[in-house]
Write a protein that binds this ligand. Structure first.
Ligand code: IMP
Length: 422
């Protein structure tokens, strides 16, 4: 199994890279997260954002798996499938999308609970996507949740109803607009019926059997390393395991079976939601990158925070995941700048200097190195030999700092605008 994952705070352009390589695999499998993800993909000049559905869905002959480590909101999933079919009428996702029986449900009250916790001063405001992700994972850990396989049980409706009523009584009396319980539960159970047309099975068995038969699997991460529940910038993280080892637990595949681990990073940094961001730009440069890079959340539409590339954070992400190949995206966004900055170290409050990030140190002051900028019309570049020298120097510097080769370079939003470097 090979793995693709993000090395920063998400939105590194994973969707496009996965779209490029997934045709080389027999199976594309999502291992974490839920409809908080937004993987943008371009097809025939149109764009679609996939949330739960692996991007191999567009490839003839690729089997797609929503794995055990994910959480699935059937209402959002139904909308996503209907939207996908509208986008491309030739697709028949019922035939090549398989869902783990052990993946957990996101119940309709979980979104409401996300809003409740974000707006209630008794809780830390995380800046979540309000998709109920944390509620689903915390109910899973509390062992109070329902799983996809439970939808076939005779008491499923009763068990769900019990959780919904429990959440409603928790929120009762709060100054919050809540739709009638009957409304959300009707919508939920209708979506569960829709879900039943998909093959929901023991995906661990299927995936391991496929490996024995010599088939290839691509593990697709969502969110990214610095949003990992254990190794990210806690508490401003998501609630799942976003890193390479999460692919093993989320899919039920042994670490011995991992081959390449592709790490996707932007040539700069962005972040949505709250939390530490040492290289954040608050000036016109930050705004310029936001506009040029179209840095607005594909899931929530929120403007993304922008900043220079953070090498200690990237080095940490490379280490945690054991990255074997780097994929650098959005180098074109920085085109035209006289010089570009990268953070090489942090200066800490006590005056000491730190060149690696465990968790990013609070109040860390970034120390920047300025490199020569590049300028090119990337729309006409089809080969690495045509790349500006300054960008090649930037890539060499990055490879030296990370100890990992940059094997792909994305130079524009289009599907074809990605160069194989090695
Ligand atoms: P949650 O995953 O909705 O609970 O949100 C937790 C944090 O993760 C927030 O800062 C979100 O903005 C961030 N987040 C969740 N999913 C994504 C993603 O796919 N891309 C970027 N940030 C995300």
């Amino acid at each position: 199994m090979d793995i693709v994952l993000g090395l920063q705070w998400g939105d590194e352009g994973k969707g496009k890279f996965i779209d490029l390589i997934s045709e080389n695999y027999d199976i594309a499998a999502r291992f974490n997260g839920g409809s908080n993800a937004g993987h943008s993909i371009e097809r025939n000049g149109k764009r679609i954002t996939l949330k739960m559905i692996p991007s191999g869905i567009f490839m003839q002959g690729v089997q797609n798996v929503i794995g055990t480590g994910t959480v699935l909101d059937p209402v959002s999933f139904k909308n996503e499938i209907l939207n996908l079919k509208k986008f491309d009428e030739t697709l028949q996702p019922e035939n090549n999308l398989i869902i783990s029986k052990k993946a957990h449900f996101v119940l309709p009250t979980y979104r409401l609970m996300d809003v409740f916790m974000e707006e209630n001063p008794a809780y830390t405001t995380i800046g979540t996507t309000k998709n109920g992700i944390a509620q689903a994972y915390s109910n899973k850990i509390l062992r109070q949740n329902v799983r996809i396989g439970d939808m076939y049980a005779p008491d499923f409706q009763e068990r769900v109803q019990h959780i919904l009523e429990r959440d409603y009584s928790f929120m009762a009396g709060e100054d919050m607009l809540i739709p009638p319980l009957e409304e959300i539960s009707k919508e939920f159970f209708e979506a569960v019926e829709f879900l039943k047309q998909f093959n929901c099975t023991e995906t661990e068995l299927l995936l391991n059997k496929a490996l024995i038969e010599g088939k290839t699997i691509l593990g697709e991460g969502s969110q990214a390393t610095l949003l990992d529940i254990d190794h990210g910038t806690y508490p401003y993280v998501t609630s799942s395991s976003t890193i390479a080892s999460g692919a093993c637990s989320g899919l039920g595949i042994s670490p011995k079976k991992i081959g390449e681990i592709y790490g996707i990073a932007k040539a700069y940094c962005t972040r949505v939601g709250n939390g530490i961001f040492p290289t954040e730009l608050f000036d016109e440069m930050g705004e310029e990158i936001r506009i040029k890079g179209n840095e607005f959340g594909s899931n929530t539409g929120r403007p993304r925070r922008t900043g220079w590339l953070d090498l200690p954070a990237l080095r940490y992400a490379v280490m945690i995941n054991g990255i074997t190949q780097l994929v650098l995206t959005k180098a074109d966004v920085l085109s035209g700048l006289k010089s570009v900055a990268v953070c090489t170290h942090y200066e800490l409050e006590d005056g000491s200097v730190e060149a690696t990030a465990g968790t990013l140190p609070e109040n860390a002051r970034p120390i920047f190195k300025w490199l020569e900028g590049w300028n090119a019309d990337f729309s006409v570049i089809k080969d690495p030999s045509a790349l500006p020298e300054e960008l090649m120097n930037f890539l060499s510097f990055l490879e030296q700092e990370m100890g990992v080769p940059v094997t792909y370079l994305s130079i524009g939003p289009g599907r074809e605008e990605i160069l194989k470097m090695k």
